[in-house]
Design a protein around this ligand. Structure first.
Ligand code: C2E
Ligand code: CA
Ligand code: CA
Length: 596
């Protein structure tokens, strides 16, 4: 590409040039017009003649070059080589091309350097030997080559990046889902002959969304990176740690494993992640839920194995977080049952399949009834009268609880209106609210709107919430209860005594009524311990201006005893079972007749 002249043509041209050298004829013009720099030196390398291109290329006047060694034109390092070159080939007789395509570095008069392409020919005539060097500045070519190399390098780098993006999680640098599935697949392939088991641990951060929302996304990202680092820190050499998505991590645990040793392994991970993490916004006491599944006992396919571990994680999360569970067949059974109930419940809600029953709450001093509790009823096609205690938790898990709650409140308001229309003295209805109904929505506001649309006084409704719902992390619930109470809706603490808050905690609860759980009422009046507890609660609650309802009153003795100790209300089968709106009206009329 550089020297388009063919080798022998080149030689002929030189011969021609040389033969004219002595005579200085038209050759001079040709010599000067050459684009390449031409240097003619004797057999010792002393320059005899250069052309105009050489002057331009090297920045010398020809007078400055003639008489000097050709090495003046070369980079120091290559100058010597050049001499060697000449020495080695310098003794030849006939004109010959002794060098072509040498690529070297040339040096200009100002010391700057450029890459050159040099071809040297030896020419002997009349007993004298010359060396003719033709020099081309190949800076452009070298630059182009360098650029091409850079491009190739960039291409390689981006191809590598591409490969990483396809297999790595960008945030944590861990393997991503694709890579993890690949690794899992490979491990399963290798694990079968060895007979060794392997396990997948599924790790989900508890309340990550809350941290992300309150501390910001940068803090959330940092938290995820730290979790990744800790997981890698606890992993053994063959384990694979990956982030599947969001705050979900998985670890492939390799090697021999039993359910017992797996649980120990999971505990170790749980512990490593439970060390407080310092973020710019403060220290986070992270907890995680971990589930694991064993190959081949729990599943044989990679996706199924992850799914089985996910189910176990879900069961761990249901325990309230910060726990580990190993997959079992019952878990899958539970979930398929749950899925079925969810589908049926959704259909029941859509088809008006739910009903509300009411259980009277009786004032013990005069047996008057101004107040009932609304209890939802679902006549299940298979399970028949299906206790809400069995399906409310599923409604809570699946989010259907909001629809259930809204329905119960709406039906209660409608029934209140129908009782009013009968000219009955105004009743009040207590509705149960699940803590999960507060999640992510303005529950107080929507309750108040429901009441406003009904045209009834807000005080006609009460809300019942369990003591555990008002635990430590329930700020938004407490705020909502204050809003409801300010609007005139009383609140009752349900199942009181079953939570683990101290009695003194009652003082700080935004409540008007305490409902003593039926587990304390059941042993009454015989059991001294229960008597002490119930009497203590009644006394304390009264001091604090709260009213008391005793739940689960089933016997005359219980009713008498509760009346005696000053408990305000009783509720239970002794007085009445929960019943439909129509049945309730009939029941109330009979009670009123008896009282008259
Ligand atoms: P809860 O709020 O403690 O409701 C009282 C439960 O005790 C009712 O069970 C009632 O039928 C039962 N009960 C009443 N008197 C007696 C008695 O003398 N002895 C015994 N052994 N039990 C008695 P139910 O209707 O099966 O409801 C169970 C739970 O389901 C309720 O407990 C409540 O936590 C929940 N629930 C019911 N309806 C709703 C609702 O509309 N929304 C929400 N979120 N939860 C509800
Ligand atoms: Ca209740
Ligand atoms: Ca209760």
């Amino acid at each position: 590409m550089l020297m388009p002249i063919l080798e022998h043509e080149h030689r002929d041209a030189l011969q021609l040039a040389m033969s004219h050298l002595v005579h200085e004829g038209s050759f001079a013009a040709l010599f000067e017009a050459a684009v390449d720099a031409i240097v003619i030196a004797d057999d010792r390398g002393i320059i005899e003649r250069v052309n105009a291109s050489c002057e331009r290329m090297f920045g010398y006047k020809r007078g400055e070059l003639v008489g000097r060694n050709v090495s003046v034109l070369m980079h120091e390092a290559t100058g010597e080589q050049h001499d060697d070159y000449l020495l080695r080939y310098g003794a030849g007789g006939a004109p010959q091309v002794i060098g072509r395509g040498r690529q070297d570095v040339a040096r200009r008069s100002d010391g700057s350097e450029f890459p050159l392409h040099l071809s040297v020919s030896e020419f002997t005539a009349e007993g004298k030997t010359w060396y003719v060097g033709m020099i081309r500045d190949i800076s452009d070519l070298v630059a182009a080559e360098r650029r091409r190399d850079e491009l190739i390098h960039e291409l390689r780098a981006s191809r590598e990046q591409f490969r990483l993006a396809a297999t790595r999680d960008a945030l944590t640098g861990l393997a991503n889902r694709t890579q993890f599935l690949d690794d899992l697949d490979r491990s399963i392939g290798g694990a079968v002959p060895a007979g060794a088991e392997l396990a997948v641990a599924f790790i989900d951060l508890d309340r990550f969304k809350l941290i992300n929302d309150t501390q910001g996304h940068d803090a959330g990202d940092e938290l995820l990176r730290e979790v990744g680092r800790r997981l890698v820190g606890t992993a053994r050499p063959d384990d694979v740690v990956a982030r599947l998505a969001g705050d979900e991590f998985v670890v492939l645990l390799c090697g021999e494993m039993s359910r017992a040793s797996l649980t120990a392994e999971l505990d170790r991970i749980l512990e490593a992640l439970s060390v407080p993490i310092t973020l710019p916004g403060g220290v986070v006491n992270l907890t995680v839920s971990i589930g694991a599944a064993l190959y081949p006992a729990d599943a044989r396919e990679p996706e199924q194995l992850i799914r089985a571990a996910d189910i176990a994680m879900y069961m761990a999360k249901r325990e309230g977080g910060s726990s580990v569970r190993v997959h079992s067949a019952e878990m899958t059974e539970y979930l398929s049952r749950r899925d079925m109930i969810e589908r049926e419940l959704r259909a029941a809600i859509a088809a008006d399949g739910l009903e509300v029953h009411y259980q009277p709450i009786v004032r013990l001093s005069d047996w008057s009834v101004r107040h009932v509790e609304a209890l939802v009823r679902w006549h299940h096609p298979v399970h028949g009268a299906f206790s809400p205690a069995d399906w409310i938790p599923i409604a809570e898990e699946t989010g259907l609880i909001s629809a259930v709650g809204a329905f119960v409140r709406q039906q209660s308001l409608t029934d209140l209106q129908s009782w009013d229309a009968l000219g009955r003295p105004p009743m009040r209805v207590a509705v149960n609210i699940s803590p999960l109904e507060f999640r992510g929505r303005n529950l107080a506001q929507s309750i108040l709107e429901q009441i406003e649309r009904s045209g009834l006084q807000p005080a006609r409704l009460l809300v019942e919430l369990t003591e555990s719902a008002l635990g430590d992390a329930a700020r938004e619930i407490v705020d909502d209860l204050h809003v409801l109470r300010a609007a005139g809706i009383e609140t009752a603490i349900d199942d009181f005594g079953t939570g683990h808050s101290a009695l003194s905690h009652i003082a700080s609860l935004p409540a008007d009524v305490l409902k003593i759980d039926r587990s304390f009422v059941k042993p009454l009046p015989g059991d001294a311990g229960s008597r002490a507890i119930v009497e203590g609660i009644v006394m304390l609650a009264h001091r604090l201006g709260l009213e008391i309802v005793a739940e689960g009153v089933e016997t005359t003795q219980q009713a008498d005893y509760l009346t005696e100790i000053g408990c305000d209300f009783g509720q239970g089968f002794f007085f009445a079972r929960p019943m439909s709106s129509d049945q309730l009206v009939g029941w109330l009329e009979r009670v009123e007749e008896l009282a008259a």
